[in-house]
Design a protein around this ligand. Sequence first.
Ligand code: IMP
Length: 502
Amino acid sequence: MAFYYNEPSHTFSEYLLVPGYSSAQCIPANASLRTPITKFRKGEEPAISMNIPLVSAIMQSVSDDNMAIALAKEGGISFIYGSQTVEQQAEMVTRVKNYKAGFVSSDSNVRPDQTLADILVLKSETGHATVAVTDDGTANGKLVGIVTSRDYRVSRMDPATRISEFMTPIENVIYAKEGISLKEANNVIWDHKLNALPILDNNQRLVAFVFRKDYDSHKENPLELLDTSKRYIVGAGINTKDFAERVPALVEAGADILCIDSSEGFSEWQKLTIEFIRKNYGDSVKVGAGNVVDREGFRFLAEAGADFVKIGIGGGSICITRETKGIGRGQATAVIEVAKARDEYFEETGIYVPICSDGGIVHDYHITLALAMGADFCMLGRYFSRFDESPTNKVMVNGNYMKEYWGEGSARARNWQRYDMGGASKLSFEEGVDSYVPYAGSLHDNLSITLSKVRSTMCNCGALSIPEFQSNARLTLVSSVSIVEGGAHDVVLKDNNITPVK
Ligand code: IMP
């Protein structure tokens, strides 16, 4: 006879947190959201921790290099989508690793034997006044001089004048060496009243410019997530089919952490993928696995060697897996059970395997609930897709700005590797939809509000860190009637069309 669970499985919206005692020190400014993302032994530090408990979903409509840079600036990690060619994905990872806030690759470059006329053409094309003069005319050639609009007078000079005759030669150019921080570069700019500071390597080759006007928009972010070489940390999705080609390319490109992207992860395919990584790279390559929704699934992946385990089947906003296949579990119940399994495993082995609640975050407080229930961090798709930084088009629908958002299991994404149970080479039916989500503005502005809500609720519950919150939180299931009580009720909401009566 089939096995039946006695209790129904629940979603986040069916729970509330019961506040606890808060001391005078328990204020949001003192609350830390730092959390591990890779497994670690008792008493040791995890190889990678995040400064906020959020990662962006492994999806075409969510996580490209642009999103990865924006989220790393805030202290989280993006997993760049794997449903593209190995080369394209590795290229995105490379772009994140090469990115340095405020350090701009020169887009206006000439050779000294070119003419004033060439400078004028370049200026009309780029709109930029600072031109690098390099020996080979490239952005990374040996810097021999600089031309700005102060170096020439169009009305008084022959357009055929050679650049070498009027440029500011390198002997008179103030420059800095590669390795300087943005703050130090900015000090040089201010001390010498410069508009642009060239950054050179040890062979006098041009690496980048730092521009005076860019500094304010690139002020260092206190929570940004950097590797030991001060590059942004980035993740990447892999699948259980082409890992032998994809993993080496992503590792070579500098991906800090990988994650097997699958709609259902309690399978031998995941074990084989992790085995490949351990055999070729030992523990130096970090890899998460999933998704699972129960104790057995967690143990299987933890024992297979996963660095973190991802939870969730069927709860994603664009997901129709439950409707099409009849599999899944309420996300809250799944997180609670897997968190228990993680703690049991830690007791037994001394190894802490972080867990991620993936999908189904509708309100900001759902993140807080997931953490209280034991998740170490959450993966979100819909949430991030609404921002300027997501890769999709902003469109107008019925007078409102929207962003496109589609599932990896939709015909649009064609990510058959995510759903394949072996053999198939195309999607035989869809498990996701193509949709719109309301446009919400910048990631930074939205995230600030979301995270202040999380910190504030943690303080209501007397916790100043995620581990403390996980062990002290008290949760209650709510009845359907009390859900109604939780919204505005028995009042008529004001709108602007009401005329006051004197
Ligand atoms: P959301 O944050 O509720 O939008 O859920 C995002 C999560 O849904 C992703 O991280 C995936 O785990 C999952 N997902 C992505 N695409 C699909 C799909 O097409 N079908 C089912 N689940 C999906």
